[in-house]
Write a protein that binds this ligand. Structure first.
Ligand code: FES
Length: 144
């Protein structure tokens, strides 16, 4: 069996939504200290809906495919859906990732969450902090 699914290869070779976004409403950037990969997600939000999502990922093929798929999954959806998006859902949408590549999909979930948190902060919208990664005490970026 091939290590990577056709969907992973497709989103790696032809990533959707690549690039920076001018005047983004929320930006989230995460890194994984172990592999050195960095993912940045930009969101445009209108009336509580993600009207556009873009990404810049300096990382492995699985991280690129995860960012591409994650942005596709949230575009056109309400903020609440984006907030609920798990790395597991990204992996499922990609028809799986090898076990040692699961952490790449975690970057997508976290970058989206941070972009939403940035949006809330910038707009003075009250939100539940417990739904967001606690960067100071979180091991995600440091321990994969
Ligand atoms: Fe680090 Fe994929 S190897 S994100």
């Amino acid at each position: 069996m091939a290590l990577y699914s056709d969907k992973v290869m497709d989103h790696f070779r032809n990533p959707r939504n690549v690039g920076a976004m001018e005047n983004a409403d929320g930006i989230g950037e995460v890194g994984n200290a172990k592999c050195g990969d960095i993912m940045k997600i930009y969101l445009k939000i209108e009336n509580d809906v993600i009207v556009d999502a873009k990404f810049e990922t300096f990382g492995c093929g699985s991280a690129i495919a995860s960012s591409s798929m994650a942005t596709e999954l949230i575009k056109g959806h309400p903020v609440s859906d984006a907030l609920a998006l798990t790395n597991k859902a990204v992996v499922e949408a990609l028809d799986g990732l090898p076990t040692h590549k699961i952490h790449c999909s975690v970057l997508a979930e976290e970058a989206i969450k941070l972009a939403l948190q940035d949006y809330y902060e910038k707009n003075g919208i009250a939100y539940d902090r417990s739904l967001f990664p606690d960067c100071e005490n979180c091991a995600h970026c440091h321990d994969h």
